[in-house]
Design a protein around this ligand. Structure first.
Ligand code: ADP
Ligand code: MG
Ligand code: ZN
Length: 480
């Protein structure tokens, strides 16, 4: 993802020669961002406030003899506001902001990247106090060993960066910020004391954080009074700041499309679904038979969820097809933010995932390709239970897997013998099989409700959680 560049001007004219940096200069406050633009992320802002203070009054620190870290590394998943935070630091500190993306360093010709680094630091030293921001630093800062081919250029660039960082002392007021979502791939040399020795995790926002971000972006569009930001935040667990910003924008676009002058709560609800599942495919033609299968499938998920204490309440079920290829989906929303998942809850979740297919089997006596995604998710969760969470009988608390990238959802690697791997597969099979059986028995016991709810869904195409619970013969959802 390329960063939008704010208030860019090339302070160095067109006189740039080959091999010189074209690092853009950001004159003070032109990033236009301050900490007020960054919602939530209080710990991150607190950690960065010290940097801002240092840039304001370096003398205060010099007097005591305190050295500030030269380099601060912002680490976290994509879209959590790392670039935004760096811009906000520059805005708050009111100092020049030199920004470059790691990928810009990586040129075709050996030596160009290194020359760019040299030039960047030369300019920065002239303008100190100032901030140098290196986005996507992993593109130049990858571990050096075991690389082949075109790593020469990157290695030279990295070496130049290391020597530049060693070359200036912490007193002259150049602070280097860098951002990455691949911290595990960074060369350890970069992380040594005196280089990027301070690391600030920028995590996905929690419930309160999501609400704050929605409000910040909501303030930028015209709203029609009755927006329930809290509910929107609850429905978007796991969403990044960028996705939340996108939800508000999608809602505004929907309002315009429908010829309204303000965004309503319904627009926001619809836009959450767009971001989760894609746009509605209004003109998709689905045969009655398929529509029935899809409806039973989704009600299957929802019924299994509703009949298990450990499942989150059903919020909405729909069988309006989406542009992403989803034919229907069941939204469950937890009342509160969850940080831990118990074994019982994980098993219940797997049973819910198998509920769609179970309904198809029970009602139509056959199965379809519609469960592919459910199968993938159920297997992933069951595997994690066995290999990472120590939730299986046979392996107890033995770690069997090494996690890949935490932030990008990279593949994990099995760390065990082939025989163990085969046993792991067997454990996973058993977990899924017994969950499937459980789902089957729940649906068999509630077959009448299954028919009743499916008929309702086929007619209306959407059921809210309340309607669902009412048909199920209860007024309120079971305590989750
Ligand atoms: P990253 O660099 O971590 O991938 P960005 O800083 O580029 O993420 O964030 C992309 C956009 O998402 C921002 O421009 C902003 O609109 C929105 N965003 C992300 N986090 C926040 C936040 N904490 N508060 C407000 N907006 C945010
Ligand atoms: Mg970024
Ligand atoms: Zn399904």
């Amino acid at each position: 993802m390329k960063n939008k560049r704010y208030g860019l001007f090339k302070g160095f004219g067109n006189a740039m020669t080959f091999g010189r940096s074209n690092a853009r200069v950001y004159v003070k406050a032109q990033t236009g961002k301050t900490f007020a633009d960054v919602a939530g992320q209080d710990e991150e802002k607190e950690a960065l406030a010290e940097i801002v203070d240092f840039l304001h009054s370096p003398g205060k620190y010099a007097e005591i003899g305190a050295l500030l870290p030269k380099g601060v590394l912002l680490v976290g998943p994509p879209g959590t506001g790392k670039t935004l935070l760096a811009k906000a630091v520059a805005g708050e500190a009111d100092v020049p902001f030199f920004s470059i993306s790691g990928s810009e360093f990586v040129e075709m010709f050996v030596g160009v990247g290194a020359a760019k680094v040299r030039e960047l630091f030369r300019q920065a030293a002239e303008k100190a106090p100032c901030i140098v921001f290196i986005d996507e630093i992993d593109t130049i800062g990858k571990k050096r060993e075991g690389q082949s081919g075109s790593s020469d250029e990157r290695e030279q660039t990295l070496n130049q960066l290391l020597s530049e960082m060693d070359g200036f002392d912490g007193k002259n007021g150049v602070v280097i910020l860098a951002a990455t979502n691949r911290p595990e791939s960074l060369d350890p040399a970069l992380l040594r004391p005196g280089r990027f020795d301070r690391r600030i995790p920028v995590e996905l926002p929690d419930l309160a954080g999501r609400e704050a971000i929605l409000r910040v972006h909501g303030a930028g569009v015209r709203l029609s009074g009755d927006i329930d930001f809290k509910a929107a935040a609850r429905a978007t667990a796991g969403a990044s700041g960028a996705e939340l910003a996108n939800i508000i924008n999608e809602a505004a676009l929907t309002a315009v499309r429908n010829g309204r002058i303000a965004v309503t709560n319904t627009d926001i609800e619809e836009s959450i679904e767009v971001v989760i599942a894609g746009y509605q495919r209004k003109n998709a033609v689905i045969s009655q038979k398929e529509k029935e299968i899809i409806a039973y499938h989704e009600i299957g998920h929802a019924l299994v969820a509703a009949m298990q204490q450990e499942s989150a309440p059903v919020h909405k079920i729909t069988i309006i097809p989406r542009t992403t290829g989803a034919l229907g989906y069941t939204m469950q929303i937890d009342e509160n933010e969850r940080f831990l998942v118990s074994k019982e809850e994980a098993l219940a979740k797997i049973a819910v995932l198998t509920g769609g297919r179970s309904a198809e089997e029970l009602v139509f006596g056959t199965c379809t390709t519609g469960a592919a995604n459910d199968i993938e998710q159920a297997t992933k969760l069951a595997r994690a239970m066995v290999t990472r969470y120590g939730m299986s009988e046979s392996f107890d608390m033995m770690s069997l897997e090494k996690a890949g990238n935490r932030y990008l959802g990279g593949e994990a690697f099995l760390m065990c013998s082939d025989e163990t791997a085969a046993k792991v597969d067997e454990e996973i099979r058993c977990i899924i099989k017994s969950a499937h059986k459980k789902a089957m028995s729940i649906l068999t016991e509630n077959k009448e409700k299954l028919h009743e709810l499916a008929a309702f869904l086929i007619e209306r195409e959407t059921i809210t959680g309340n309607e669902f619970m009412e048909i199920l013969g209860r007024k309120t959802a079971p305590a989750a």
